[in-house]
Write a protein that binds this ligand. Structure first.
Ligand SMILES: *[C@@H]1O[C@H](CO)[C@@H](O)[C@H](O)[C@H]1NC(C)=O
Ligand SMILES: *[C@@H]1O[C@H](CO)[C@@H](O)[C@H](O)[C@H]1NC(C)=O
Ligand SMILES: *[C@@H]1O[C@H](CO)[C@@H](O)[C@H](O)[C@H]1NC(C)=O
Length: 345
C-alpha cells in the first residue's frame, strides 16, 4: 500500500486555466461570467473526484463542499477523534474541521512545480536590493549585520552554502519519494519499495540504520529545520554514504559554518529558497514536499499519517510526542494526495 501519492497535476493541465479563471473570478466578481460551461464542468468534476478520493483514502476523513462554490472544501475528522494538540497562544484544543481552497492550492503548487528551490548568489544579486534587504535574513542574528553593510562579511557567512547558480533545475529527476517521520511507517515494510525511487528525500534527524526494512536505505536529500541543522555533525552520520545533500530551511549559523569547515562536512549543504504557505503544515514535511515537487516529475509520500485511530502522533524512531497542528497537517496532506492522485478534468 502506498499511502499518499502525488502524480501532481498530470491530469490537471486542461483544467488549470479553468481554475485560474475561477480564482481571479473570486477576487473580482465581474469576471466570474467568463467561465464557460466547459470550465464549470471541469470544476464540478474536480470537486466530486476530490470528495470520492477523500472518502476512499482518508482513513475516516470526509470532504464537505457547498454546492455553489467549487473551490471551497471542508475536511472533517470523525467526531470521535480526540484532539490533543493545544494552541500555545490561545490554549484552545485543535479543531476537527479544516477549510481549504482547492483552486488556490492547485495554483500555488503549480507555481512551485516550476520554481527553483535552492538559494543562489545569482538569486540575491538579481533582487533589486538583494544584499541590503534579503541576504541578512538568511544569516542567524543577521539583524545585527546592519543590512549587510559590510558586504564581505555577509558573503563570508553565506559562502559555504551559496552556490552561484541553481544546482538543480525544475523536474530534473523522475520518480521521487518524500519520507515523513510518522510512526505509521512501522506498520508496513516499505523499505524495498522506497529504495526503488530515483530520489529519496528525508527530514531532520530521521534515522536509516536499524529501520531500513521500513524506510529504505537510499537517501538523496535531507531537509533540516534549525534545530537539526545545528547538529550538522550528527546529521551527516545518518546516511552512511555521506553523499546526502543537506538543505537547511532557515538560516545559516556560525556553528554550522564552523562544522562544515572543521569536521569537515563534505556533503553539499544549501539553504532552501521557497514559497511559504500560510496556514497548515508549515513544518519540515511541507518544505520537503515543496522541494520534491519542484525537482521531480512525480512525487510519492510515505509516513505523513497520524495513526488511523487518531489516538496519538508518533515518530517512527521515538516515543510519542506532540507534533504541531497534527490534525490540520494530516488534513492538508490528504488534500495534497487527493489533488495529485486521480483528478480527471
Ligand atoms: C515555467 O517556466 C518556463 C521557463 O521559465 C516558462 O516558459 C513557463 O511558462 C512556466 N510555466 C508556468 C506554468 O508557470
Ligand atoms: C568587513 O568584514 C571583513 C570580513 O570579516 C573584515 O575583514 C573587515 O575588516 C570588515 N570591514 C569593516 C570596514 O569592518
Ligand atoms: C542501531 O542499533 C544499535 C544496536 O542496538 C545501536 O547501537 C545503534 O545506535 C542504533 N542506530 C540508530 C541510528 O538508532
Amino acid at each position: 500500500m502506498r499511502l499518499l501519492q502525488l502524480g501532481f497535476f498530470l491530469a490537471l493541465a486542461s483544467g488549470l486555466s479553468a481554475l485560474l479563471i475561477y480564482i481571479s473570478g473570486v477576487s473580482d466578481l465581474h469576471t466570474t461570467t467568463k467561465l464557460s460551461d466547459q470550465d464549470l464542468e471541469a470544476l464540478q468534476s474536480l470537486q466530486s473526484g476530490f470528495k470520492k478520493c477523500v472518502s476512499k483514502n482518508g482513513l475516516g476523513l470526509q470532504a464537505v463542499t457547498k454546492g455553489s462554490d467549487y473551490c471551497q472544501v471542508t475536511l472533517n475528522f470523525p467526531t470521535d477523534t480526540v484532539p490533543k494538540w493545544k494552541d500555545p497562544k490561545t490554549g484552545q484544543l485543535e479543531g476537527l474541521s479544516f477549510e481549504f481552497n482547492l483552486c488556490e492550492a492547485v495554483a500555488t503548487w503549480e507555481q512551485v512545480r516550476n520554481s527553483t528551490t535552492i538559494l543562489t548568489r545569482e538569486f540575491i544579486d538579481a533582487l533589486p536590493n538583494g544584499w541590503e534587504d534579503y541576504a541578512w535574513r538568511r544569516i542567524n542574528k543577521g539583524v545585527l549585520l546592519n543590512r549587510c553593510e559590510n558586504n564581505t562579511l555577509c558573503l563570508e557567512k553565506l559562502s559555504l552554502v551559496l552556490p552561484k547558480t541553481p544546482p538543480y533545475v525544475p523536474k530534473q529527476f523522475d520518480r521521487c519519494a518524500v519520507i515523513g517521520n510518522s510512526g505509521d511507517l512501522l506498520q508496513t515494510k516499505f523499505g524495498k519499495e522506497i529504495d526503488d525511487y530515483d530520489v529519496v528525500i528525508r527530514e531532520n534527524g530521521a534515522p536509516i540504520e536499524n529501520y531500513t526494512e521500513f524506510v529504505g536505505k537510499k537517501s538523496s536529500f535531507r531537509l533540516l529545520n534549525r534545530g537539526s541543522a545545528k547538529a550538522l555533525d550528527k546529521v551527516i552520520e545518518l546516511d552512511e554514504t555521506r553523499k546526502e545533500v543537506l538543505i537547511i530551511k532557515t538560516t545559516i549559523h556560525d556553528i554550522m559554518n564552523k562544522m562544515i569547515q572543521e569536521v569537515p562536512i563534505n556533503n553539499p549543504v544549501y539553504l532552501m529558497l521557497g514559497a511559504s504557505f500560510g496556514s497548515a503544515a508549515k513544518g519540515t514535511g511541507l518544505k520537503a514536499l515543496e522541494f520534491a515537487l519542484s525537482i521531480c516529475e512525480s512525487v510519492d509520500m510515505y509516513g505523513f499519517t497520524v495513526d488511523p485511530g487518531y489516538k496519538e502522533w508518533t515518530r517512527y524512531f521515538s516515543e510519542s510526542r506532540q507534533g504541531h497542528t497534527p490534525l490540520h497537517g494530516r488534513a492538508y496532506y490528504q488534500m495534497m494526495e487527493c489533488l495529485g492522485d486521480k483528478i480527471f478534468l
